[in-house]
Design a protein around this ligand. Structure first.
Ligand code: DSN
Length: 415
């Protein structure tokens, strides 16, 4: 990065500081990961200079021969990975992908039925502060008050009562297996479209460690940067009937020129996810999550739904500590998590009563079950000692020592 360092030390300095943070501290945000050097190299290329509105071989601009190759590879690999009929690799993000599906399927004012935000849903599943909740009439299902699992009976009741145009399955903070087949059967019963947003669990889906929604959906959306470990971006899949509408809804419906440098990096990441060692990686994500959940439970913490089947867990801190205080304390101990609302939330979302913990990033840097148990104990210690700066500093030193043993990237990358 010599040219950047010389030309713009302010930007370069912040980038290097972020490198140091990622390298030296522990990242447990469930939606984050570390891309490979190959993915990063593909992203930082002259493909960023190219306009390529349209689809491969059907563009509105000349000079697209080579971005047609990279986008074609991304699309073909996405289809192979997910076993889907149609794939559009152009959405700039998961939110853009979801907006495009709504545009393809709904008229303004139509009803969307999605998981409530405080029960693990996503802003784009009909929150009033998101266009999905402003342009469409949003109705929300919830998790069961006692079990913490999605209440499929209530979902069916709501679907029968409101007759939604689209039912959205998938979540941002839900630790259990999702019954996509059950969602489809309710959608079929009320004549709704079923869209699964698998942004969080895509890695497990493509490796067969979570049931695939593809046979049970008209649309599946995902981000590419979470468990899939690709560049920041989105992807939509559609069945045969909806593939054309999907493409039109992305461009010209909701986006202009695709980010071809990012799409090339998606192709590289999908290539990585097709390799057998990606399944081993995802198995380790799950094993680490189990180990952390069991340790936290043994330390007396309350987990929403009592545990986890996937890469994340939601710790309900109850009355004693807010999510914000826990997030701050862990930050001072070099551990990054995010505060999260919990079902039945009584605090504001800026304070929240829980924290969300995920294992995809720490697994990428090579931490295993033994380290996961240690990390969970540090989390428990840090939350318990949240007002004791010396204790937090001591935990932080141990966390940094562990990170040193498991570097994310070669140090030379920032030279
Ligand atoms: N913000 C992402 C997450 O953290 O789950 C979802 O978009």
């Amino acid at each position: 990065m010599k040219a950047l360092a010389a030309q713009d030390p302010a930007v370069y300095g912040a980038i290097v500081s972020e490198f140091r943070r990622q390298q030296d501290e522990l990242e447990l945000i469930a939606s984050e990961n570390y891309v490979s050097e190959a993915v990063m190299q593909a992203m930082g290329t002259w493909l960023t200079n190219k306009y390529a509105e349209g689809l491969p071989r059907r563009r509105y601009y000349g000079g697209c021969d080579f971005v047609d190759i990279t986008e074609g590879l991304a699309r073909d690999r996405a289809k192979q990975l997910f076993g889907c009929v149609g794939a559009n690799v152009q959405p700039h993000s998961g939110a853009q992908a979801n907006a495009a599906v709504y545009l393809a399927v709904c008229q303004p004012g139509d009803t969307i039925l999605g998981l409530d935000l405080t029960h693990g849903g996503h802003l784009t599943h009909g929150s009033p502060v998101n266009s999905s909740g402003m342009l469409y009439k949003a109705v929300h299902y919830t998790v069961h008050g006692e079990t913490g699992y999605i209440d499929m009976d209530r979902l069916r009741e709501l679907a029968l009562e409101h007759r939604p145009r689209i039912i959205v399955s998938g979540a941002s903070a839900y630790p259990r297996i999702i019954d996509f087949e059950g969602f489809r059967s309710i959608a079929d019963e009320v004549g709704a479209i079923h869209m699964a947003d698998i942004a969080h669990i895509a890695g497990m889906v493509v490796t067969g460690l979570h049931p695939s929604p593809v046979p049970h959906c008209q649309f599946v959306t995902t981000t590419t940067h979470k468990t899939l470990r690709g560049p920041r971006g989105g992807l939509i899949m559609a069945d045969r009937q909806w593939a054309k509408a999907m493409n039109k809804a992305v461009f010209p419906g909701t986006q202009g020129g695709p980010l071809e440098h990012v799409i090339a990096a998606k192709a590289v990441a999908f290539g990585e996810a097709l390799r057998p060692d990606f399944k081993t990686y995802c198995e380790k994500i799950l094993a680490n999550a189990q180990a952390m959940a069991e340790t936290l439970l043994s330390r007396g913490f309350d987990l929403v739904s009592g545990g986890t089947d996937n890469h994340l867990m939601l710790v309900d801190l109850g009355e004693t500590c807010s999510g914000k205080d826990a997030e701050d304390a862990l930050g001072r101990a070099a551990i990054t998590v995010n505060k999260n609302t919990v079902p039945g939330e009584k605090r504001s979302p800026f304070v929240a009563s829980g924290i969300r913990i995920g294992t995809p990033a720490m697994t990428t840097r090579g931490l295993g079950v033994e380290e996961s148990v240690q990390v969970a104990n540090w989390i428990a210690d840090a939350i318990t000692s949240r007002d004791d700066e010396d204790a937090l500093e001591a935990i932080g030193r141990q966390v940094r020592d562990m990170c040193k043993q498991f570097p994310v990237y070669p140090e030379e990358l920032v030279d």
